[in-house]
Structures are given as structure tokens and as C-alpha cells.
Design a protein around this ligand. Structure first.
Ligand SMILES: *Cc1c(COP(=O)(O)O)cnc(C)c1O
Length: 407
């Protein structure tokens, strides 16, 4: 086999399908986010980022930066080991306590990313509980799917957010068989939200554990930023809450929060927890500061929701087709990978607006979209420029508009 030819032809196929990924090379401007510099070879241009998961701008929050600077000067750069071999620093322990408190759980366990936390926790739980069946929502994130696959446990995929289908699948299993229902609260591509209470009711009825990915909700929802389950008073009914420190909290890392024994079990058996260097102490300190801030400050959450509502209303006003949903994610549907990339390229080149096209396999073919994530740090002028640019592009490219709402 000619290996290089294989790589090249696979990439050619991806390009032909319009699914080849091109990264924008950004230089974030601390204090001026969502504004950044976009590098292209030796030239740079100013851009406004409209697709970041740093939903609240916590990545530049003074409390977070001060905590990180302080910890960096106090502890140095890296943790220096795995958690077991010298890498558990005081800052890791404080962060895990902060997370357990955030979710009202006995304990929490930190991982190097949200991806790793899902992969390791689901892989370990489903893999080690004898005869465990995982009931997985059809739109679960790749990290959950990989964790479940890695566990080699039996897997049943239920239709997205469909309680009847979930119940039919639960009912088809013996009551005594161990079951784990794996799902998300806010689904990040469509922005819809799971019926958490009803899923917990089914879990009780059929004696199942629940595993909830709140990655796109922590920091953003609930009185203290505990997520949708906190907002709905359901945290105590979820067996495992999983989250990230890399999105609304603005830093990096992932975690689970659960009972002390469950966390201890994953700590003791999960390869993806055990055999990797712990996060730098400064990262742990920054994440803890971010969580602490958002536990008491609601200004960011309120401004976030207000910005989202405003952008949505403005898009509706000019007929740009976007999917209504109860969250902060605004999917502007294009439905074609080549067009989606083309619009994104024009936004960047002609308007200094960066919105990454979302294509297959992140979303199903035919549902290619621009995923807009407004934040409290987008100014009125940023919003005006976004709306003006989309308006102009929709005319220039003769894209379909939504029927205008009846007056
Ligand atoms: C981003 C994401 C993850 C992974 O979190 P990271 O901290 O970015 O690794 C997990 N689940 C969902 C639903 C996500 O969107």
C-alpha cells in the first residue's frame, strides 16, 4: 500500500464532499473578547467571534485571570505527575470540593477535559457494572458514544428526547438488569433541552441509573450556574452529572459529580483518569475562581439570555431562518455543506465576522448550519454588524428567507 496516497485521496474525498475542516487561526485579545486577530499566512485582520463556547467571556474575567496568575507564581507550570503519583495538588482538591458543592453531590472527580470525563466515566461504569445495558440518546455527543463503545456493554439507542421510545426500551429489559440512561441537558447543535424530570421518573420506575451531560448548561442555567438540573430542582435525582470547565467556565477540564462511592469507584478503575498527568494547578485555580464567581453573580447569565433573545428577534425580523429552541444556541440552517462553508468564508473575508460552518459528521447531512452563540461581551455594535452582514449575504447569495411573521 502507498500510505501517503491513501491519506491524500481520503482528504480529497472529504474536500469533494465539502466536509474538509479548515481552522481559523485566531489570536484572542484578552480584555477585548469576542474580538480577536485572524492570522492568514503573514497577514492578520480583526475579527469578531460569533461561535465561541466561552459563552460568558469568563476566559478573560479578572477573577479567573488573577487566580491563575497567583497559582502560576505560587506553584509553577505543571502538576508534575498523575493524580496518584505526586500530581494531586491542593488546588485540585479545592476545585473538586467546589464542583461537588455546585451540584449538591457528595463528591466530584476532575479529568483533563469533558471529552475524557465522558469517555472514562461511561466506559468504566458501563464496563464494570455486571450486565449493564446503556440506554443512549440518539444525539449524544461523540465522547459519550466512544465511552459507551469502549465499555463493550450492551447499548440501546433511543430516539432523541423521545420518552415513549425510552420507556419501550426500558420495559423490554428485565427489571433486575442494571441499566444506565445516558443523555444531555442542552443539546449543543440544535439547542433543545431534554425532559429531565420525566427521564428521572422512568429511571425510578425501571430501576435505572441516570448519567447527564450538562456541558452546555453549567455556568449558564440555575440560580448558581449548576445547569438545567439545578434550575429544575432535579440535581438530587441524577446519578452522575458531567460537565466541562472549558465552555461557560472559560478555562479547560472536565468532571463528574456523584456519590462519594461512585466517584471513588471511577477514580480507582478508570484508565483515562489514572494514567494521565493532572491538570496544571493554575488551571484548577482558574476554574475554581470561575465557578465561585458564577455561583453568586447572575449578571452574566442575565445579560447572556438578553443578548440571545435580541439576536434571535433581529434575525427573525429580517427573515434569516433559524431554529427556535429554549436555550442560548442559535442554529441558522443552510442545509448544504458547500454553501455553508461559502457563507462562512464570505462573512470572514468581507465582514470580519467569524462563524465556523458546522457540517457532517458533527450534524447530519442536509442540516449543515451556522451555529451562532451570542454572549454578554458582544456589544450592540457587534450585533448590528452581524445582522447587517447576514442580511447582505442572504440577498447576495439568494438564500431562502423565512416567511415574515404575520403582522
Ligand atoms: C464539548 C462537549 C464535550 C467535551 O467537553 P470538552 O471539555 O470540550 O472536552 C462533552 N459533551 C458535549 C455535549 C460537548 O459539547
Amino acid at each position: 500500500m502507498n500510505y501517503e496516497n491513501f491519506f491524500a485521496s481520503s482528504l480529497e474525498q472529504l474536500r469533494d464532499d465539502g466536509n474538509y475542516r479548515v481552522f481559523a487561526e485566531l489570536e484572542r485579545q484578552c480584555g477585548d473578547f469576542p474580538h480577536a486577530r485572524a492570522h492568514d499566512g503573514s497577514s492578520t485582520a480583526p475579527v469578531t467571534i460569533w461561535c465561541s463556547n466561552d459563552y460568558l467571556g469568563m476566559g478573560q474575567h479578572p477573577s479567573v485571570l488573577n487566580a491563575m496568575h497567583e497559582a502560576l507564581d505560587r506553584c509553577g507550570a505543571g502538576a508534575g505527575g498523575t493524580r496518584n503519583i505526586s500530581g494531586t495538588t491542593h488546588d485540585h482538591v479545592l476545585l473538586e470540593a467546589e464542583l461537588a458543592d455546585l451540584h449538591g453531590k457528595e463528591d466530584a472527580l476532575l479529568f483533563t477535559s469533558g471529552y475524557v470525563s465522558n469517555w472514562a466515566a461511561l466506559g468504566t461504569l458501563a464496563g464494570k457494572i455486571p450486565d449493564c445495558v446503556v440506554l443512549s440518546d440518539a444525539l449524544n455527543h461523540a465522547s459519550m458514544i466512544e465511552g459507551i463503545r469502549h465499555s463493550k456493554a450492551e447499548r440501546m439507542i433511543w430516539k432523541h428526547n423521545d420518552l415513549q421510545d425510552l420507556e419501550a426500551k426500558l420495559a423490554s429489559l428485565p427489571l433486575i438488569q442494571p441499566k444506565l440512561i445516558a443523555f444531555e441537558s442542552v443539546y449543543s447543535m440544535d439547542g433543545d433541552i431534554a425532559p429531565i424530570k420525566e427521564i428521572c421518573d422512568l429511571a425510578d420506575k425501571y430501576n435505572a441509573m441516570t448519567y447527564l451531560d450538562e456541558v452546555h448548561a453549567v455556568g449558564l442555567y440555575g440560580p448558581r450556574g449548576g445547569g438545567i438540573a439545578e434550575r429544575e430542582g432535579l440535581m438530587d435525582r441524577i446519578t452522575v452529572i458531567e460537565g466541562t470547565l472549558g465552555k461557560a467556565f472559560g478555562v479547560v477540564g472536565g468532571y463528574i459529580a456523584a456519590s462519594a462511592d461512585l466517584c471513588d469507584f471511577v477514580r480507582s478503575f478508570a484508565s483515562g483518569f489514572i494514567f494521565t498527568t493532572a491538570l496544571p494547578p493554575a488551571v484548577a485555580a482558574g476554574a475554581a475562581a470561575s465557578i465561585r464567581h458564577l455561583k453568586t453573580s447572575t449578571i452574566e447569565r442575565e445579560a447572556h439570555q438578553a443578548r440571545v433573545a435580541e439576536v434571535r428577534a433581529r434575525l427573525t425580523g429580517i427573515g434569516i431562518p433559524h431554529t427556535e429552541n429554549p436555550s442560548h444556541i442559535i442554529p441558522v440552517m443552510v442545509g448544504d455543506p458547500v454553501k455553508c462553508k461559502f457563507i462562512s468564508d464570505l462573512l470572514l473575508r468581507d465582514y470580519g465576522i467569524y462563524i465556523q460552518p458546522i457540517n457532517y459528521p458533527t450534524v447530519p447531512k442536509g442540516t449543515e448550519r451556522l451555529r451562532i452563540t451570542p454572549s454578554p461581551v458582544h456589544s450592540q455594535e457587534d450585533v448590528d454588524r452581524l445582522v447587517g452582514a447576514l442580511e447582505a449575504l442572504w440577498s447576495q447569495c439568494e438564500l431562502a428567507r423565512m416567511p415574515m411573521a404575520a403582522q
